[in-house]
Ligand binder design. Structure first.
Ligand SMILES: Cc1cc2nc3c(=O)[nH]c(=O)nc-3n(C[C@H](O)[C@H](O)[C@H](O)COP(=O)(O)OP(=O)(O)OC[C@H]3O[C@@H](n4cnc5c(N)ncnc54)[C@H](O)[C@@H]3O)c2cc1C
Length: 382
């Protein structure tokens, strides 16, 4: 067993960190407050080949896997510039199109996804079917060779930045519930209306409610075979969980670095505040949780890249990393005292994203359900 990080991965980390550092926490905080995309950072990462690091080389990507994409996610977050759409466009959409897309879909979408010029966002969540995907009511019905989509999705991130959406829709019914299929729908398709869904967390990426009112797509929009959506979604959700875990790990590292610097400098009695265990122990605990989450994330990414079932590790990694990020941020804010809430110290912008990662892409409780049922063999509880 070799735990040493390869020189290639070390070089990838430092190249990504170098680009992200040119933008930094202030840039991120300003975009999060204004709710405007971090377009310049996305472009710089795309031009350097890091947005498409997991896209096959024949489509202009880096030819790497989830391991490399997770490193990119972790490093940008550790530099204070986490990008939520990497989880959606690069992890879910690019992975699913590369794995299940037709030759035409790959040729159409993967080069742009690889360069970062194109974003494809992911639409599965519905008002009446959040955690229970099989209950979605957005339908896609055949009309000749075409498909016609009707229904509502909400909390869909980045629709305003995207050229297309990967939409999960019901194309029938089977014994488990909805028979699901996936479609690539252009963001400006006639019949597709979007409405901003305001959220109070500070995020550069905006969320939308989408109404599909007779949205017609051709046969080439169907990803893979009809009825294969459930299997595809499960394949694509592991990358989202793994990159979500990596982003959370990076946020935790960023918070712990800021807190350690501050606690070593700040003196209100004779010693720096970091000498008090009331300050140092919560930081040390969060550091341990962060390193454990990073290890599990690495294992999950490795399994995914090697075709080994990664569901358990991906779930555990996402759980552990979201908890570690929240613990690290909370300890960092407490360490900063009143300055923990100050714009100048820039910690609160990350709290919303870390808090989101406890809810999405899968919430903490559904992960505990998964582990109870699949890892421990306990009865299904719902
Ligand atoms: C900022 C933001 C961005 C998002 N971006 C996207 C996106 O780009 N695309 C997309 O498709 N979706 C997106 N989502 C949606 C997100 O994935 C869902 O919010 C998440 O999956 C949870 O679904 P829900 O909100 O319907 O919660 P629900 O399913 O209603 O669950 C609510 C709570 O109930 C508990 N719960 C539910 N079921 C169980 C159970 N069986 N056992 C125990 N507890 C349970 C959990 O604590 C859960 O948090 C986003 C959400 C937010 C807030």
């Amino acid at each position: 067993m070799d735990f040493a990080e390869s020189t290639e991965h070390q070089a990838l980390r430092s190249a990504v960190a170098g680009i992200a550092a040119k933008f930094g926490p202030r840039y991120y905080a300003e975009h999060a407050a204004a709710r405007t995309p971090c377009a310049e950072l996305w472009q710089a990462l795309g031009e350097a080949g890091f947005i498409g690091v997991n896209v096959p080389e024949e489509y202009g990507g880096g030819g790497g896997g989830l391991t490399e994409l997770a490193l990119v996610c972790e490093e940008i977050a550790a530099a204070g510039t986490p990008l939520l759409l990497l989880l959606v466009s690069a992890a879910i959409s690019a992975e699913m199109i590369a794995e299940f897309g037709t030759g035409e879909q790959r040729r159409t979408w993967l080069p742009g996804l690889a360069s970062g010029a194109v974003k494809v966002v992911f639409a599965i969540t519905e008002p009446d079917a959040g955690s229970n995907t099989l209950r979605i009511s957005t339908t896609a019905a055949r009309d000749g060779d075409d498909w016609v989509l009707n229904g509502t999705k909400y909390y869909i991130s980045g629709v305003d930045e995207a050229q297309a959406l990967l939409v999960v829709a019901r194309t029938g019914q089977d014994e488990r519930g909805g028979r699901l299929s996936e479609f690539i729908v252009h963001a400006d398709a006639p019949g597709l209306a979007r409405h901003l869904l305001p959220v109070d967390v500070l995020l550069p990426e905006r969320q939308f409610t989408l109404h599909f009112d007779g949205v017609r797509v051709g046969p080439g929009a169907l990803v893979g075979a009809e009825g294969e959506g459930f299997r595809q979604v499960f394949h694509g959700l592991n990358p989202e969980r793994i990159t979500g875990a990596a982003l959370a790990t990076g946020i935790a590292r960023h918070a712990l670095n800021a807190a350690s610097r501050y606690a070593a400098d700040r003196k209100v009695w004779s010693d720096p505040i970091g000498a008090h265990q009331g300050v140092s122990h919560p930081l040390a605990k969060a550091k341990i949780e962060t390193e454990l989450a990073a290890l599990m994330t690495r294992q999950a990414a490795w399994q995914h890249d090697h075709g080994v079932p990664a569901g358990e590790s991906a779930n555990m990694a996402k759980y552990a990393a979201a908890e570690a990020a929240l613990a690290a941020l909370d300890a960092a804010i407490q360490t900063h005292g009143g300055n923990g809430l100050a714009s100048e110290y820039g910690l609160l912008p990350y709290w919303g994203l870390a808090r989101l990662l406890r809810i999405a892409p899968v919430n903490r409780e559904m992960i505990l359900n998964y582990v109870a049922q699949h890892s421990l063999g306990l009865p299904r509880s719902y």
